[in-house]
Design a protein around this ligand. Structure first.
Ligand SMILES: C[S@@+](CC[C@H](N)C(=O)[O-])C[C@H]1O[C@@H](n2cnc3c(N)ncnc32)[C@H](O)[C@@H]1O
Length: 812
């Protein structure tokens, strides 16, 4: 290396490799694109030439800031190396602690011009023996700059601590932070109070570290799959155009996990798993097998780079699957403090921007992070500047300029928040702004008031309205398919899509679509989605998850609900009364709505609301429900209306049917002509336990007899005589008669009542809990018979009714 002043490295990488080779430390150092390398107590920043020392120094300080946030010891020595000049500049990072403890969002190599310092470095000319030996001396020094613990780096240091002490408790962690032993050389004793971290406290638990927090959201395998759609979108961008990937609800950044953070040529074989699925990696390595053996046989296999392999053209190129530094095109936003902290730690120095660029750790929600607010959408155009600094508006304005710029395409990549009453999704607990959002108000003006109630719809609507304006812009969207199927919030060109199991998102199992839409209008009637579940494979102590491909699913548009089949006739013979029903079939006392009536032609009350097959929207009762939604079933219409009840009871046994099939009136009255189908739905309803009609004495002095069961002399048992029954149906009735026989022997049996399965189970099949919390039945035979009927009935439904529900589009 000595006296070769006319050295001309063409790339920093080439120079770095040579530099470390000469110093014989090439095996120990990690060279990455984001960070030029750390060796013992030194961080390097390599440049071919250094014309502005301050600029390069500031870049190094930003790297050190990110090391601190990740809980990685901060090297004391900063060595800036001008490779072609063979000059190095040595700084002491402890003199720049203030800058190391700053927060910098966005790539480290940007906005470095504003920094200046009076501190002079030691200048080393390593083309001379003296200089070179000074470098060797520097490299042997292992010293660190101590940093302070604060809300930004405490998560990183706690992860570091638990990694080295996996069994330690949180109090041990705090002990270490207050009186560092293990971290003695790296951190100052923390003098704060536990309350300093009150909003991020659970991030400091041994178990809930970054990854687990992330697991509340999109699981890795689905993120990897979705990243393929992002790349498909990048591929669709017109030649010469640039692109931006925007995620307004990035949370902890799971979706971004597999996007590239370096140029494709710099990725080594060992790193491919970080970006592509196994399938692609295997295909690529098979294709390149001969090249590897011929040219790189003596190299460590995992260290061979894509760039080296790509020098030799074969059928498959990694450039067909990955794009250069995709994260540097990415802008992420988050709304919650905890998420921001993790997101910053994870992606802070890799993405183009994090919104908001800075936060106040005393607030649970981060100011400026509400993607549905006016400042977020309009930036500096808004009158309300909400105490945010100019940097915030600069970023939002930058985004808005990309949106206007015809040579930049926008790719939205999002899993917007959604409500799931069954989930443990902790974001439900954060206090969202009680006022209507800017986006919600705009939707209301657009006459989308109903849709605007749902926050995920606000995200979807605003995506098309404000962000995706050019024809080659795209949206990779995770959401239950309702937004397309029945709400028409995305009548766009479908490129490709998946159906994933929400059970793996720490929610209840159901289907969530992940679709790549392109911004051109297209009113499709159906979509075909590829279905993927995740299975856990356990081998001895080791468990790994794997994607499982199931059959594709066709999802059809739903145009109208069952509401149009409602029968709201009033009869002159109707007697006004004051008896309402609860959803459990008993009389409701207390506050009720509507005007119930009594009439001998009334059999019950049916409520089949909305599109979804969920029990909350389905009631079949003897009398009007206390919320007055639904309509009366009368002796002249009930046979035609019971298929609606049957449709709502579609069991959705598999997760990939939930939130996918809706009850609709799209097939019109066609189903009424199928008399066999009407009979089947009638028999099914009268035997079903989901039919909550009961016989009871109303407080209005009237006797309400359950007419929708096959007990003695009901309208339904009379009606049954009109039909010829199949063997299977006769068997079902025999089973019910067996139940009735046992029911008559029970203590609570009331001779006056006509009983259906539900009332028998609720009132006669008496039970209590044992000490072991198990149900003990007083009439085990009765219980067995009820269960037997249930099983037979569900088979009957599946075989006879279900296919016809789809045929007549009562299910779609
Ligand atoms: C379903 S999670 C998805 C998180 C992450 N993108 C993932 O897929 O794992 C939705 C995220 O939206 C965030 N969020 C909720 N309301 C928001 C709002 N008004 N603006 C921005 N983000 C919001 C939540 O905090 C949560 O992180």
């Amino acid at each position: 290396m000595i006296k070769s002043k006319n050295l001309k490295f063409l790339s920093e990488k080439e120079g770095q490799i040579q530099f470390f080779k000469e110093l014989k430390i090439s095996d120990d150092i990690e060279l990455t694109n984001n960070n030029d390398g750390i060796y013992k107590g030194t961080i390097f920043e390599f440049k071919l030439t250094i014309s502005d020392i301050n600029k390069v120094l500031f870049q190094a300080l930003k790297y050190l800031s990110h090391l601190r946030v990740r809980g990685i010891p901060v090297p004391r020595q900063i060595l800036l190396v001008a490779l072609n000049e063979q000059i190095a500049y040595l700084f002491d990072s402890s003199e720049f602690l203030k800058y190391v403890e700053e927060i910098y969002a966005g790539s480290a190599s940007k906005n470095n011009n504003d920094f200046s310092t009076k501190i002079k470095p030691e200048k080393i000319d390593y083309s001379s023996i003296r200089g070179l030996s000074r470098i060797i001396q520097i490299l042997d020094t292992v010293e660190y700059t101590k940093v302070h613990i604060d809300v930004f780096d405490v998560v990183g240091w706690s992860e570091h601590f638990y990694r080295e002490n996996p069994k330690a408790s949180k109090s041990k962690l705090f002990e270490e932070l207050r009186q560092p032993k293990q971290f003695k050389k790296y951190i100052y004793p923390w003098k704060g109070k536990d309350l300093d971290f009150k909003y991020i406290n659970d991030l400091l638990n041994a178990k809930i570290i970054k990854k687990e927090l992330g697991a509340f959201y999109t699981p890795q395998l689905y993120c990897l799959k979705a990243a393929q759609l992002v790349r498909k979108a990048i591929r669709e961008i017109p030649k010469g155009n640039d692109y931006i990937i925007l995620d307004r609800s990035a949370g902890t950044g799971n979706l971004e996990e597999f996007l590239t953070d370096k140029n494709v040529n710099d990725i080594s074989i060992g790193e491919l798993d970080k970006y592509v699925e196994d399938e692609i990696k295997i295909k690529y390595l098979r294709d390149k097998a001969t090249i590897i053996n011929t040219f790189y046989g003596d190299k460590n296999f995992n260290d061979i780079t894509v760039g080296e392999l790509e020098k030799h053209k074969t059928k498959v190129s990694m450039h067909d699957f990955l794009f250069d530094n995709e994260l540097s095109h990415t802008i992420v936003n988050t709304y919650e403090l905890k998420e921001w902290i993790v997101l910053y730690e994870r992606l802070g120095d890799k993405v183009r921007h994090i919104i908001p660029p800075e936060i106040d750790p005393r607030d649970q929600l981060v100011n400026g992070g509400d993607a549905l607010s006016e400042i977020f959408v309009m930036g500096s155009e808004t009158k309300n500047s909400a105490k945010l600094k100019k940097e915030y508006f600069e970023i939002i304005d930058e985004v808005n300029n990309y949106i206007k710029d015809q040579s930049t395409n926008i790719i939205l990549y999002e899993n917007p928040p959604y409500r799931d009453s069954n989930s443990s999704h902790y974001n439900e607990n954060i206090k969202q702004n009680k006022n209507d959002s800017f986006v919600k108000k705009k939707m209301q003006i657009d006459k989308l008031g109903d849709e605007a109630r749902d926050i995920s719809n606000q995200f979807i609507w605003s995506a098309w309205k404000y962000y995706l304006k050019k024809k080659d812009d795209s949206y990779i969207l995770f959401s239950p398919i309702k937004y397309w199927k029945s709400l028409g919030l995305s009548n766009k060109k479908f490129i490709d899509g998946y159906l994933f199991n929400r059970g793996h998102f720490h929610a209840s199992p159901s289907a969530i679509s992940c679709i790549l839409w392109k911004n051109s209008e297209e009113n499709l009637e159906e979509l075909i989605l590829k279905v993927f579940d995740i299975s856990q494979e356990k081998r001895e102590n080791f468990s790994s998850s794997k994607l499982v491909k199931l059959d594709d699913i066709v999802i059809k548009k739903a145009n109208s609900t069952l509401d149009i089949f409602s029968d709201n006739r009033k009869f002159e013979s109707d007697i006004h009364t004051k008896c309402w029903s609860n959803s459990n079939g008993l009389e409701k006392v207390g506050k009720c709505e509507g005007k119930p009536v009594f009439n001998s032609n009334i059999l019950g009350w049916l409520r089949v609301k909305g599109y979804s097959c969920d029990p909350m929207n389905t009631q079949l009762l003897r009398q009007m429900i206390y919320i007055n939604r639904g309509f009366y079933l009368r002796s002249d219409n009930f046979i035609e209306k019971l298929p609606l009840f049957a449709a709502k009871l579609y069991p959705q046994k598999n997760w990939y049917e939930k939130d996918v099939y809706f009850t609709t009136a799209d097939g019109g009255n066609r189903y009424i002509k199928d008399k066999t189908f009407l009979k089947q739905c009638f028999i099914f309803t009268c035997l079903s336990q989901k039919n909550h009609c009961r016989s009871f004495d109303g407080s209005d002095g009237k006797f309400y007899k359950n007419e929708l069961c096959f007990d003695k002399k009901t309208i339904s048992s009379e009606k049954l005589n009109d039909y010829r029954l199949t063997k299977e149906e006769q068997d079902l009735l025999d089973s019910f008669n067996d139940i009735l026989k046992i029911a008559k022997t029970t203590y609570n049996y009331n001779k006056k009542y006509a009983y259906g399965t539900y009332q028998i189970d609720e009132e006669l099949n008496t039970r209590h809990k044992s000490e072991n919390d198990e149900w003990i039945y007083e009439y085990p035979q009765l219980n067995t018979a009820i269960n037997g009927l249930k099983t037979k009935l569900s088979k009957y439904y599946e075989k006879n009714i279900q296919p016809k529900l789809f045929e007549y589009m009562l299910l779609k």
